[in-house]
Design a protein around this ligand. Structure first.
Ligand SMILES: [Fe+2]
Length: 572
């Protein structure tokens, strides 16, 4: 372990920060601050795609139900400022028999995106779809699928998060296309808001992956252009054409460490009212993502459920924008103790602090109660498991000495423990305290309420699993009540491209296996951790178990790659 974690140090510089497990690392601040000159081209012109372009961003489908699915595309010609489109669905890729068709419009009002909610479909059925423009140009052909009903033997989900364009190639998207996954989930950070050269800094970015627009995105046209950049990516296009996506946002679809009333990376003096930025970001999200907006009058509302017959109910949450109060601030009090230490200032345990709002929490309770499905699965942004470290190690910035002292005490037979070692192992004297207060650890009362609801599912024969993004690394955590009772499991996936632990702990100096083993030894509820690889989770749900295949890509600096898989299962 290293001494370069400093919980007391200031957050990374404004407008250069990123959120992550070890956000407060001064070394990160130094790296980001040295980001260097911009190398982006393309300027801030939102019309990156050019006047003659048609269907430059492919097609996408999303938010499948048993009888409907959203179909999406983008179409633009020089004039007029709207394009009338015909959409078609067929049972075969050649469209020999068109089963469903209709009209839609891509106009300047929606950034020339077009969306259709195709209804009247059969359950558990794959359809081919396409769009046709007045000049007879035809879009790529996509494959959509409806949800199953009744008794369901198996569902396969490809689960993604954190697809930072300049950080690398979206090889994880490509790997999932041939995985057998029926549906894709994206748990947020589909885009990042930073100006080019910031995250990652230019020196670490992939030269061919230049952000556009080059500036930090603030306005509607900015957000549209950033979404367009991601939709133009060949692997993103291919994934979206291959399977429906069910997506939720995290903070970077808006700005780093966003909450209801602001964000770490938002300066209202320079960038205008947060409400205006939220409106621009959410509008662009609904325009560019294949989401069925749950409330057309309130684009900030995206939480919604999907039923896969009696096997699985998927509840996609918004723990970031609609109801989140600002995360507790991490700083040391005058006595030198961490504010998250329950023995001192229990600000982090304010029972009224909301991460998703009371309305959403009530909705989630009623959805899980009403569902008849065996598996109640949450699609969730930040880590729900308790990532709590011994105070002696965290307050010493995870120094080698502090970690060694704690682990030595932990491994010493009781009869041989010194008094100092006994004190280290005494939770009253050396409590375990949460590190990342931006995650559910900063909102423990609402987490306890959600987990209490989960604990009541058991009597009804239901089981509880959480799928999580945000951290950029791969985890498998027990989900436990405050009294230690396990009520479920959390599969938290690695990022598509965004850097994780390996950017703070170079693998050459800190072998990932050693690093993961050390963190697992310090944190009670972690059962699996990978600290260095990118990829996605292939989740296979059957009545008996949830299987998570952590599919790692060998690189994101080249579009050529291989994969390796770690497999874990949870039977409930
Ligand atoms: Fe991220």
């Amino acid at each position: 372990m290293t001494k370069n974690i400093d919980p007391a140090s200031p957050a990374v510089p404004e407008n250069t920060g990123r959120r992550g497990f070890f956000i407060k690392m001064s070394s990160v601040a130094a790296v980001l601050a040295s980001g260097g000159a911009l190398t982006a081209c393309g300027g801030s012109d939102p019309e990156l795609y050019g006047e003659k372009a048609m269907f430059n961003y492919g097609v996408a489908s999303g938010d499948p139900l048993s009888d409907r699915v959203i179909l999406w595309t983008h179409a633009k010609i020089s004039s007029p400022d709207s394009v009338n489109l015909t959409w078609q669905m067929a049972a075969d890729a050649s469209f020999s028999t068109v089963l469903f068709s209709g009209k839609t419009v891509a106009s300047s009002d929606t950034g020339f995106t077009a969306k259709v909610d195709a209804t009247g479909l059969s359950p558990n059925t794959e359809y081919f779809y396409r769009f046709i423009a007045p000049n007879d140009s035809v879009s790529a052909v996509g494959r959509a699928r409806t949800l199953p009903v009744g008794s369901v033997a198996e569902v396969k989900l490809a689960v993604f998060s954190c697809s930072d364009y300049p950080a690398g190639y979206f090889n994880a998207y490509d790997a999932a296309i041939s995985s057998g996954a029926q549906f894709a989930l994206h748990l947020g950070d589909y885009i990042y808001e930073y100006k080019d050269g910031v995250y990652p800094p230019t020196a670490s970015a992939v030269a061919a992956r230049v952000s556009a627009p080059a500036n930090e995105i603030v306005t509607l046209s900015d957000y549209r252009a950033r979404h367009a950049l991601h939709k133009a990516d060949p692997y993103a296009k291919a994934l979206h054409a291959r399977m429906p996506m069910i997506a939720i946002w995290d903070d970077h679809e808006f700005a780093n460490n966003a909450f209801m009333d602001g964000a770490e990376n938002h300066n209202p003096t320079i960038q205008g009212p947060w409400s205006a930025r939220k409106a621009a970001a959410s509008q662009a999200y609904h325009e560019w993502m294949p989401i069925r907006s749950p409330d057309a009058t309130n684009l900030l509302k995206i939480y919604r459920s999907f039923d896969f017959g009696n096997l699985l109910s998927l509840h996609m949450l918004d723990t970031r924008i609609i109801g989140r109060e600002q995360a507790p601030d991490r700083k040391l009090d005058a006595s030198g103790r961490d504010i998250a230490d329950p023995a001192f200032l229990p600000y982090a345990y304010n029972p009224n602090k909301q991460m998703m709002g009371a309305t959403q929490q009530t909705w989630l309770d009623s959805q899980m109660t009403a569902s008849k499905a065996t598996w109640q699965v949450l699609g969730n942004q930040t880590m729900m498991g308790r990532i709590k470290l011994p105070a002696s190690t965290l307050l010493a910035n995870l120094s080698v000495e502090s970690v060694t002292a704690y682990l030595t005490a932990k491994g010493t037979p009781a009869a041989y423990l010194t008094q100092a070692q006994k004190d280290l192992l005494d939770p009253a004297k050396n409590p375990k305290i949460p590190y990342n207060l931006d995650a559910w650890d900063g909102y423990p009362a609402q987490r306890e309420a959600v987990l209490n609801s989960a604990s009541k599912l058991k009597a009804a024969g239901k089981k509880f699993v959480v799928l999580t993004g945000d951290s950029h690394n791969a985890w498998y955590n027990k989900l436990t009540l405050a009294d230690g009772t396990q009520v479920g499991a959390e599969f938290a996936g690695m990022s598509v491209t965004s850097s994780g632990f390996e950017s703070y702990f170079p693998p050459a100096a800190f072998p990932p296996v050693t690093l993961a083993g050390t963190i697992r030894a310090l944190v009670d509820d972690i059962s699996y951790l990978d600290t260095s690889r990118r990829g996605y989770m292939l989740i296979t749900v059957t009545p008996a178990q949830v299987k998570a295949e952590y599919v790692y890509v060998s690189t994101v600096t080249s579009s050529s790659y291989t994969t390796a898989i770690d497999t874990l299962t949870y039977a409930g």
